[in-house]
Design a protein around this ligand. Structure first.
Ligand code: AMP
Length: 307
């Protein structure tokens, strides 16, 4: 079951209350690939990198079943660079620098070998790029999931609205859901956003978990109360990678299956935040993933007798 992932492959500079790194591998596409490859192979990456992106990183991902035929390397240019600083609450951050570099002229080309993939994960990128990928797929994937952020709502809303009409699942955080819908109530926001196209909507609430909406149904997955949150960068992409990875592994895209998938996504994100950048994802094992999913089950499992 092939999964196409589209996203940035980048260098990040990150500052949290617990430390600082000036240059670490990042990008939505990198987090997606590291995470989804735990569940299914191949992961077919679509992205663009500069001359500076380390071959060793690509080799590490290749060994995990990630394919790069859809990744363009531009000689003499730099990879996307993003820098952010987290506030003390670790839920909010300021973007300090967004240097698009190679991303500024990204014209994605879906290679022939990716045609027929059954799952498409559109990571946080320019909606024009997301749309170009959808339009090149000759057979519509069984499921198209899209992530986006406030940055694109501010500078590319008309394009974003076009992509929304073509996807099955949208993922945003609570403030982005409010921004996109103009509604404070997340229930009203969900209704409005689903009317724009996606049949399913996931609203992420950081350390307060995630909501899954579909028609008149809603499901809630908590976030695990963690003793140490070191760096939340990539948590959203890691959540998305776990979500689509689980759905692709089972091949089941029902609402029931999506409930499990948001628990799996939450479990993966809870590991991501334990170390800087994608470092924790590099060492993660299957038994660690399973044990954390069990912790989630225990967190919310209770018996009740109504009197
Ligand atoms: P997250 O913490 O899940 O929102 O993802 C953080 C990652 O997204 C970082 O590694 C950045 O390199 C990447 N990123 C930040 N802004 C953008 C953007 N405008 N387009 C593409 N990728 C971005």
């Amino acid at each position: 079951m092939a999964v196409i992932v589209v996203g940035s492959m980048a260098f990040d500079a990150i500052e949290t209350p617990f430390g600082k790194v000036d240059r670490i591998i990042g990008g939505s596409g990198v987090y997606l690939a590291y995470t989804a490859s735990n569940f299914v192979k191949p992961i077919q990456q679509i992205s663009i990198i500069g001359e500076d992106f380390p071959q060793a990183e690509l080799d590490d991902l290749s060994a995990r079943g990630v394919q790069f035929e859809g990744v363009e390397r531009v000689k003499g240019k730099k990879s996307f660079f993003w820098s952010g600083r987290y506030h003390l609450d670790m839920n909010t951050r300021d973007t300090l620098v967004t240097d698009l570099n190679v991303l500024a002229d990204f014209n994605p080309v879906v290679p022939e070998s990716y045609q027929g993939a059954e799952f498409l994960m559109l990571g946080n990128l320019d909606p024009v790029v997301q749309l170009k990928v959808i339009e090149q797929l000759r057979v519509r994937p069984k499921l198209i999931v899209m992530d986006t952020m406030n940055f694109w709502m501010e500078i590319a809303l008309p394009g974003l609205v076009e992509v929304l009409k073509k996807v099955d699942v949208l993922m945003v955080n609570d403030s982005e859901a409010r921004q996109l819908s103009g509604e404070f109530s997340l229930v009203k926001a969900a209704r409005k956003i689903m009317a724009m196209g996606p049949e399913y909507l996931i609203i992420k609430k950081g350390e307060h978990g995630a909501l899954l909406f579909h028609a008149n149904e809603v499901f809630f997955a908590p976030a695990l109360p963690l003793e140490d949150v070191f760096d939340p960068t990539g948590a959203g992409d890691t959540f998305a990678g776990g979500f689509i990875g689980h759905l692709a592994k089972t091949g089941d895209i029902s609402f029931e299956s999506m409930k499990t998938a948001i628990i799996v996504g939450s479990a993966m994100a809870s590991y991501c935040v334990e170390q800087f950048g994608p470092n924790r994802l590099r060492t993660l094992t299957k038994s660690e993933i399973d044990s954390r999913i069990r912790q989630f089950v225990n967190l919310v499992n209770f018996d009740i007798e109504l009197v």
